[in-house]
Ligand binder design. Structure first.
Ligand code: PLP
Length: 399
């Protein structure tokens, strides 16, 4: 008989296996590790530095003054769902019934957790193209399901229909594919022909696709195109106000999809959080009602930063394809640096006082790259950062 575990006074004893063994947010951890380095220019965080537009703030103030400080319908206030549905239709051609096919969540983050919670059984597998936003892995593991990573580095970080088909054939347990486009961390997006090819495979294998489209307003080459318009019955879309309207702190997201799935997701959501914050819902309502130009205005700000940052990185010796979406550059470290991306990023922070995120944090295919964000840094600071990076590259060239 195995000896019984001795009771201990250490409260750690009570934590479950998941909490003890699954890494917490590694982007956050690395940012914390370098944050006290003096005069650091942070190209680390994926959070807009632009303030929330004034008309949205006013709507929130009014909502507070009118005492909108209560629980709401778990799905969210109806005007918000109606205006969000109109926005998604006008901008992207989606057709969702606001009463049955859209719920309001506490950001995409909570929406993802509720979605995976409603769909996955223990032992299910989830296909995740990598490099990837790390939160999907945590959500999948929380459901005792298993991530199956598909490395896309050999195809310009695009999941090809052929590769998906091959993986699905050899992994019959895969129930869901997660697609994030425009993409964090690689800063690219999918074209309609790429999505159509994927849709054929998704349909053939009868799997569900969860599309995280939080960066849908931030595309630089062509307007955002959606799998949800091609394959509405097998697609769940998550979107929100964090990036398009610079509202990360308001914590409002949307989950949209087939009514039966949305009902199940809402059941998890209501038990988790009851409802999203009421006055923030009024702010998001204003964003979707009158904010059609806010996203494009911010995109123009980011585009200017991107052009200057990328030019500087290319001059410094990095390889970086032109970003087509989101606000990240995924830069390849020149081969003559024989260091891991964590070592490189840490030295860049220590010696050059520029903070970036190591690519390896984003899973298979990320090693050898850096995620460099232009969401939160002024043009002036970007120029200083470029100079520092270029000096660093010259002095460290043979290491
Ligand atoms: N999805 C992706 C791909 C992200 O990069 C982020 C934030 O960085 C989120 C979701 C979080 O969205 P929200 O603020 O709506 O929770």
């Amino acid at each position: 008989e195995a000896p019984k575990e001795q009771p201990t006074n250490n409260p750690d004893h009570w934590l479950n296996h998941f909490t003890k063994h699954v890494p917490a947010n590694q982007i956050y951890n690395f940012s914390q590790r370098i944050k006290n380095i003096p005069h650091l220019i942070k190209l680390t965080i994926g959070e807009p530095d632009v303030p929330t537009p004034g008309h949205i703030k006013k709507a929130a103030i009014q909502a507070i003054e009118h005492n909108h400080s209560h629980y709401t319908n778990a799905k969210g206030i109806l005007p918000l769902r109606q205006n969000a549905a109109k926005y998604l239709k006008n901008k992207y051609g989606l057709n969702y019934d606001p009463k049955t096919q859209i719920i309001v969540t506490t950001g995409v983050t909570e929406g993802l957790q509720a979605t995976f919670g409603a769909i996955l059984e223990a032992g299910d597998e989830v296909a995740i193209p990598t490099p990837t936003f790390p939160v999907y892995t945590t959500d999948v593991l929380q459901q005792h399901a298993k991530p199956v990573y598909i490395n896309t580095a050999d195809n310009h970080f695009i999941l090809s229909a052929h590769k998906l088909d091959t993986v699905l054939k050899s992994h019959p347990q895969i129930k869901v594919l997660v697609l994030n486009y425009p993409n964090n961390p690689v800063g690219n997006t999918y074209s309609s022909s790429q999505l159509e090819a994927l849709a054929r495979v998704i349909k053939k294998h009868h799997i569900l696709c969860i599309c995280d489209e939080i960066y849908s307003e931030l595309t630089y080459e062509h307007p955002h195109v959606l799998l949800g318009t091609i394959l509405p019955n097998q697609t769940i879309i998550l979107n929100g106000v964090s990036k398009a309207f610079a509202m990360t702190g308001w914590r409002i997201g949307l989950v949209c999809g087939p009514a039966v799935l949305i009902k199940g997701i809402n059941n998890i959501h209501v038990n988790n959080i009851v409802s999203a914050t009421e006055c923030a819902q009024y702010a998001a309502n204003e964003a979707f009602k009158h904010g059609y130009h806010d996203g494009p205005r911010m995109r123009d700000i980011y585009r200017k930063r991107q052009i200057i940052l990328r030019r500087g990185l290319l001059q410094a010796g990095f390889t970086c394809p032109k970003p087509t979406g989101a606000f990240y550059i995924f830069a390849k470290i020149p081969k003559y640096f024989h260091q891991t991306s964590v070592q490189f990023a840490y030295r860049l922070a220590k010696q050059a006082h520029v903070g970036v995120i190591p690519g390896s944090i984003f899973g298979p295919g990320g090693e050898g790259y850096l995620r460099i964000s232009y969401a939160n840094t002024s043009l002036k600071d970007i120029r200083v950062a470029i100079q520092r990076i270029q000096d660093f590259m010259k002095t460290n060239v043979y290491e």
